[in-house]
Design a protein around this ligand. Structure first.
Ligand SMILES: [Zn+2]
Length: 403
């Protein structure tokens, strides 16, 4: 643990944390908990500021650092940037770590906190000896700023990333059969009969089709319904091309690529889950398991298995063929969506949020309630949750990067 009183940050700690500590009666490591909590910010602009300050500090400390601000074209906002910071390996360019966040905009708050933790404590001379670091912050700044998962074009960037434009012709037939269920076309009324009986309707569908079949149809990604959930786009979104160019340029110097992409929302509440890309090569699988030794890796061969198209980690592998590529999605669980009930509630939150954006709300309280639930699902306000996931992140980073 490398945290001490001198680097303790004195601001950004809310009354909520004070209450949490008072109620829970912690005393031994209050300072550490307060520190972990202080990494979180509540707006895109503040989070971006955190990242740029840290990037500048690394720039001052190390040779050859490059910082780039990739502007994302927008019809409504000229202040949307994906920020990139590259710190080259000092001696041998053996490994490249790509740490990325915010591909699902609203998940960027947690991504920002975890990146901030990494940048403050884990970029060291020892690590940089043979490891280069490429940090990519806020890959979907529109969604980050306006509290959506998707881009201004309603595109899920984690279904939009590929080097082959054939992706956009993919037909997900199962999705089409669920279109009325997934994409209602009326203004949202949270207390409507349909919403109150959503769980019943969903369970009926699960009985008819089975959960794995439904999960696959819904989550795989779709390219036919631009207003729908999990829309992967009809073309590559501009930031994916630009991020791809940066990865290709930097990655070409290294033999081994490890990418960690930060997400929230899926899985057991308060737990960091490890989702690798499906790996067939036993050697690569072994390398991944060795690297994350002691942690449970979810290889996706259980009952909750599903595949997706146009995912970002697969894209990195395609950009850098011939390299050893280990990819790991860090997924911080928020509402027990590994269970049937949790997954129903989470898809319901997504459906009404998307419906509200496209078809409006019956009353302002419907909007307030919908947006609040959506934010809670990707960025829980509970200080205990935030501290818990930072403790886990810190522990994993210690194991991975301090040997
Ligand atoms: Zn995500």
């Amino acid at each position: 643990m490398k945290i001490n009183a001198t680097n303790f940050r004195s601001f950004g700690i809310s009354i909520a944390l004070g209450l949490f500590i008072a109620v829970s009666g912690f005393s031994q490591s209050n300072e550490e908990k307060e520190l972990f909590f202080s990494y979180f910010d509540d707006s895109y602009v503040e989070c971006r500021g955190d990242f740029l300050i840290r990037a500048e500090a690394l720039n001052a400390q190390y040779e050859g650092v490059k910082i780039a601000n990739l502007q994302v074209p927008s019809d409504s906002d000229n202040e949307l940037f994906v920020d990139v910071c590259y710190i080259p390996a000092k001696n041998n360019k053996t490994r490249l770590l790509i740490l990325s966040s915010g591909i699902h905009g609203i998940e960027g708050f947690v991504g920002n906190a975890v990146m901030d933790l990494f940048m403050e404590n884990f970029v060291t001379d020892e690590l940089l000896d043979e490891t280069g670091i490429l940090l990519i912050h806020g890959m979907n700044p529109y969604g980050f700023k306006y509290y959506r998962r998707v881009t201004e074009n309603n595109v899920d960037l984690n279904r939009n990333s590929d080097i082959d434009p054939e992706l956009y012709n993919t037909v997900n037939a199962g999705y089409g059969e669920l279109i009325d269920f997934l994409n209602p076309t009326k203004p949202v009324k949270v207390g409507s009969m349909k919403n109150r009986f959503f769980v019943v309707t969903a369970i009926r569908k699960i009985i008819q089709a089975s959960l794995p079949v439904l999960r696959q149809a819904v989550l795989q990604g779709q390219y036919q319904y631009p207003d729908g959930l999990y829309f992967g786009g009809n073309v590559q979104e501009p930031q994916i091309s630009r991020i791809g160019a940066a990865i290709k340029k930097v990655g070409s110097d290294y033999d081994l690529i490890l990418n960690i992409d930060l997400h929230t929302g899926y899985g057991e509440r308060g737990k960091l889950h490890f989702f690798p890309n499906p790996v067939e090569d036993p050697v690569l699988k072994k390398q991944t398991e060795d690297l994350f030794e002691g942690y449970q890796i979810d290889w996706g061969d259980g009952a909750d298995f599903y595949t997706i198209t146009g995912d970002f980690s697969g894209y990195i592998g395609k950009l850098l063929p011939g390299k050893t590529h280990i990819s790991m999605t860090f997924e911080y669980g928020t509402m027990d969506s590994q269970k049937t009930m949790g997954s129903i509630k989470s898809i319901h939150n997504m459906i009404i949020e998307n419906q509200g954006v496209h078809y409006g709300y019956k009353k302002s309280k419907d909007q307030k309630k919908t947006e609040q639930r959506f934010l809670e699902m990707y960025y829980p306000s509970d200080p205990a949750w935030r501290i818990q996931i930072m403790e886990q992140s810190n522990e994993v980073f210690e194991k991975l990067f301090i040997r």
